[in-house]
Each structure stands twice: as structure tokens, then as C-alpha cells.
Ligand binder design. Structure first.
Ligand code: NAG
Ligand code: NAG
Length: 486
């Protein structure tokens, strides 16, 4: 079939990196078909889903004990869902706790909840057709579980205090056995051992964050690696999609603003990107460097493939020179601007941006300097609308608008009042969930590499090359982070 030999080499390398490479040499054609099958059919969430929600599993339940902000919690939840799959246990899904900012602004006159209902954020119907899950509310309503964990599994002592988040959701660890798992490499042997350890306990809490899948919160590798947990995590990114409500809000917003293929409707994992190819020759923003932040925030985004791996020379459907999506909305850029850490906001709020001050309070002090030129560069390179969808802190919006405005760009924001109208309460955390959905669909996305919100957006956009399509299959060259920010 005249494939260039580099193509075959790529397949072989890939196969050996995955699980396909056995001890016996296999015929090339067989390997090729194994790889294709594992990549294109059931590997990354592209399986036809079950007709019915999957049944609960006899081995018992996993209760995810999740930490910190909403997106950190979502990353941990995804890790718990991976464990559920590999340990053959049903995962008890539950509310996501709000960001602490929400608590500060809690208005006791409006009945603002301090957590977000699972089904308000996620499409339970889809998830339950791919994974064995049950909501905490349903399990409790059936009267089968008194809310007590029989065991709490954790990885070292670092995140132990996070058990408080289970308490906040009315789950108790009273009398529970604590099991320190130390670390998990996710080999079949280790998983089998873990399944045996957990066997006596029907309800097991798992305190976890980046223990099951490396860098799950801040920059997981976006291509399959052969590690069971990691690869299942990628697959899951296509299965844990936003709820009807959030997708509808995001779609209405995009339609109203004329951004992207809004009229295509809220399909979650959209069909219109099917078969999209790695974009030929797209530049990264700036010079393609990525930030390498401090040790506790290892970033490992895998988008910077200098050559287009696996590119088979077919052109993509992203249409050079077109500025309209199929439904006539403009092709658009979404950015996430996240001064890090929170102390850095202080520098951004001041009238003049003081680099010396920023050096003291920010880890990404140069973000302020680079975000406008890099935005302009991306708009020019990819021929995008000059109206940019922006995610940032609400009180930085005027500053960002002003800075973009000076260069002829218009910052477009999702309004909290629109959300309040739709759901009946204010919530910065829920606002973030709608903003994410708008960013998942953007033609190009540029995030901030420290952020778990950016991390989750990158995971859901996923990646696509000639051979594989992970999650929503956006070309890797169109999912970026701001560079030279430190
Ligand atoms: C919390 O758990 C207790 C004990 O299991 C139960 O009686 C109570 O109804 C629960 N409260 C809520 C708000 O779910
Ligand atoms: C939710 O999931 C169901 C089952 O996969 C699907 O039919 C429906 O379109 C999804 N809704 C959204 C908004 O993605």
C-alpha cells in the first residue's frame, strides 16, 4: 500500500510503547491492525455506548475523596473512575464542592448551595453507559448505605486532611480502616494485589490527587503511553462530558455571540470533528517553548510535537483561509488567563503593573506582558475572530478588556447574570464549568500552564493525529499554553 517506511517505524515504536509489543515478533501487518483497532475503536472513548446504564459491580464501591478547587476535584474524580474500571468496582459519584471564593461571597438570602450537584455539571446518562457508577443520592435513597466508609485508601500522608471534604458531603470515616498504598504504578500485577487488599471492604474511600495518573490535574500527557491508568484516563475524558444544562448554556452563548459552530447544537462529544487531522504546519504560539514551572507543578503537555507525528499528508478540514465555521459563526480563540498563585492577582489589580512586585508575588510574572502579543499571533496564524473568548477572574475583566482593546481585540466574557437567570443562583464555580464548555469547542485554545482548569480543558479537547483521536480530537497544535511567562 506504499506507506513510507517512516510510517511503519512510527507504528512499531508506538506499538512497543503500548501494550501490543509482545515477546514474539509479530507480523508487521498484525501489529498495524492491533494498533489501529486499539486506537480507533475502543481505546479513547469512541466505543458505541451501552444501551442501558452499566450495572453495579459485585466487588463493591469506591467513594472518591476529592481535594481543593472544582477542577482539582474533577481530576481526582477521573482518577477514581479509572480505578473503578480497573478494580471492577462501582464508583459513587457525588457533588463537586465549590471554590472557596464562592463561600466568601455566599449570600444567605439567596439559597446558594455550597456544592454543585453531579448531574447539574455532568452528563450522567453518558457516563453511566461507559462506566459503572451510582450517585450518592441514589444509593442513599435506596437505603443500602449509611454513608460510612469501611476503609479509606490513601497515598502517603500528604492529602489526609482532605477527608474533610467527604465529611462536608455527609460521609463518615468513623471506624474505617486506613490503608496507606504509598504509590501505584498501575501494572496489572499491582492492580490485582490492590483488588485483593480491598476485598474485605464494600465501601472504600479513596483520597487521591495525581497519585493514580501522573499530573492529572496540571498537564497530563495527551497521547497514549501504555500505562493502563493513564490510557484509561484519556479514554474517560470523552465519556465524562458536561450536562445538558451546561452544554445548552454554552451553545446559546456561542450562538448569540456568533462564535463557532454553535448552531450545530449541544452534542457533547461532537461529530463534526470526526476524522479531523493534525493540522499541517501550525505554529505554536510564540516560539513553541513551554513553561516549565516549579517542581510541584510539573507540566507535561504533549502538544509540542515539532513534526506532525503520524501525518499522512492528507489535508485537514480546518480550511486554510476560511474564517467561518460550517454554521457561519466565526472561528474563535478561547484563552484562560490565570495569574498564579492567587497573591499575584494583587499585582494585576494595581493601576500600573510593577514587574518587581510581580516577581515577588507571582510565579508567572510575565504572563501580563506576553498574553496580548501571543493572542494576536494566534489570531493571525489561524485566521480567527478578533473577538476573543476570555476566562479569568471576574475582577480582572476590565483590565484584560482594556489591554486587548488597545490592540483592536475585543474580550468576550460569559456573564454571571446569564447563569443566574438560568439556574436561579450565583456561583463562580458553576460559571467556570460553562466557560470550560465554551473553551472545549474553541477552534484554538491558549491556557495558563499552572492551572488545573487549563489542565482539564486540554484533556477534554484531547488531541488528534492521523491515527488517533482522543477525547474531542482537537488538533494538538491548536491547544496551547502561553509561553515565556516566568
Ligand atoms: C447525613 O447522614 C445521616 C446519617 O447517615 C442521615 O441521617 C442524614 O439524613 C444525612 N443528611 C443529609 C443532609 O444527607
Ligand atoms: C448525554 O448523554 C446521552 C447519552 O450518551 C446523549 O444521548 C446526549 O446527547 C448527551 N447530552 C449532551 C448534552 O451531551
Amino acid at each position: 500500500m506504499g506507506r513510507p517506511s517512516s510510517f511503519v517505524t512510527a507504528i512499531l515504536l508506538f506499538a512497543c510503547g503500548g501494550l501490543v509489543c509482545g515477546r514474539q515478533p509479530k507480523h508487521l501487518g498484525t501489529i498495524y491492525h492491533d494498533v489501529r483497532r486499539s486506537l480507533l475503536s475502543d481505546s479513547h472513548g469512541q466505543t458505541p455506548e451501552a444501551e442501558e446504564p452499566l450495572p453495579e459491580l459485585p466487588a463493591g464501591y469506591i467513594y472518591p475523596v476529592l481535594a481543593w478547587g472544582p477542577n482539582n476535584q474533577v481530576a481526582g474524580l477521573k482518577e477514581a473512575l479509572v480505578l473503578g474500571q480497573l478494580l471492577k468496582r462501582t464508583v459513587i459519584v457525588h457533588d463537586i464542592l465549590n471554590h472557596y471564593d464562592d463561600k466568601a461571597s455566599l449570600n444567605h438570602l439567596t439559597e446558594q448551595p455550597d456544592s454543585m450537584d453531579f448531574e447539574l455539571i455532568f452528563n450522567l446518562s453518558r457516563l453511566s453507559r461507559h462506566r459503572s457508577v451510582v450517585t450518592q443520592a441514589e444509593l442513599r435513597a435506596r437505603g443500602e448505605w449509611d454513608g460510612r466508609l469501611q476503609a479509606v485508601a490513601h497515598f502517603g500522608d500528604m492529602f489526609m486532611s482532605q477527608i474533610k471534604n467527604a465529611h462536608a458531603l455527609n460521609v463518615s470515616d468513623e471506624g474505617a480502616v486506613y490503608l496507606d498504598l504509598e504509590a501505584l504504578d498501575c501494572t496489572p500485577r499491582e492492580l490485582a494485589k490492590l483488588a485483593r487488599t480491598l476485598k474485605p471492604y464494600k465501601y472504600v474511600g479513596f483520597i487521591l490527587y495525581e497519585n493514580v495518573v501522573r499530573s492529572s490535574g496540571h498537564g497530563v500527557k495527551l497521547t497514549p503511553s501504555g500505562n493502563l491508568c493513564h490510557d484509561d484516563y484519556l479514554r474517560l475524558s470523552a465519556q465524562l462530558t458536561k450536562s445538558e444544562t451546561l452544554v445548552r448554556l454554552a451553545t446559546e452563548f456561542r450562538r448569540e455571540k456568533g462564535l463557532g459552530a454553535a448552531a450545530a447544537g449541544g452534542g457533547g462529544v461532537d461529530a463534526d470533528d470526526d476524522g479531523s487531522r493534525e493540522d499541517g504546519g501550525g505554529d505554536d504560539v510564540g516560539d513553541g517553548d513551554q513553561d516549565v514551572p516549579g517542581n510541584n507543578n510539573d507540566v507535561d503537555y504533549d502538544y509540542d510535537s515539532s513534526a506532525d507525528d503520524d501525518d499522512d499528508g492528507e489535508s485537514n478540514e480546518d480550511g486554510e483561509g476560511e474564517s467561518k465555521s460550517p454554521s457561519q459563526g466565526e472561528r474563535y480563540l478561547a484563552v484562560h488567563i490565570r495569574p498564579y498563585p492567587d497573591t499575584c492577582l494583587y499585582a494585576w489589580r494595581r493601576e500600573e503593573y510593577d514587574m518587581d512586585l510581580a516577581a515577588r508575588v507571582c510565579k508567572n510574572k510575565k504572563l501580563h506582558k506576553v498574553f496580548v502579543p501571543q493572542t494576536l499571533h494566534a489570531i493571525k496564524t489561524y485566521k480567527l475572530s478578533t473577538r476573543v473568548f476570555v476566562m479569568s477572574y471576574p475582577d480582572l475583566r476590565p483590565r484584560i478588556s482594556e489591554m486587548y482593546g488597545k490592540k483592536g481585540l475585543e474580550a468576550v466574557f460569559y456573564d454571571e447574570s446569564d447563569l443566574e437567570k438560568a439556574v436561579g443562583f450565583k456561583s463562580i464555580s458553576l460559571l467556570g464549568m460553562v466557560e470550560e464548555e465554551i473553551s472545549f469547542e474553541a477552534d484554538v485554545f491558549i491556557g495558563t500552564s499552572y492551572s488545573s482548569m487549563t489542565g482539564i480543558i486540554m484533556q477534554v479537547r484531547g488531541s488528534s493525529t492521523a491515527l488517533e483521536r482522543v477525547a474531542r480530537g482537537k488538533p494538538r497544535s491548536k491547544t496551547l499554553t502561553f509561553t515565556k511567562t516566568t
